[in-house]
Design a protein. Structure first.
Length: 76
């Protein structure tokens, strides 16, 4: 079952409350997304650590309900 954009945003916001999130459905199939996430929490973290925070916020849904997510992280 695909994971809708609003559910992805909700999961990220639960873990990263100050995040501003832009998500695009790349294929129109609710299964392949591109996300840009901006947050102060990313300050002083390298890109790998930033991405790990985002993946952790998805609570195991990456690779299951969520097939593909390209992540861009930025400090607010």
């Amino acid at each position: 079952m695909p994971l809708p954009i609003n559910e992805i945003k909700r999961l990220i916001k639960e873990s990263i409350p100050d995040a501003s999130i832009e998500i695009k459905d790349l294929m129109g199939d609710n299964n392949h997304y591109s996300a840009t996430i901006r947050s102060e929490i990313f300050k002083n973290l390298n890109k790998i650590e930033q991405h790990k925070l985002v993946y952790k916020s998805l609570k195991g849904k990456m690779g299951n309900e969520l097939h593909a997510l390209s992540i861009t992280t930025e400090v607010k």
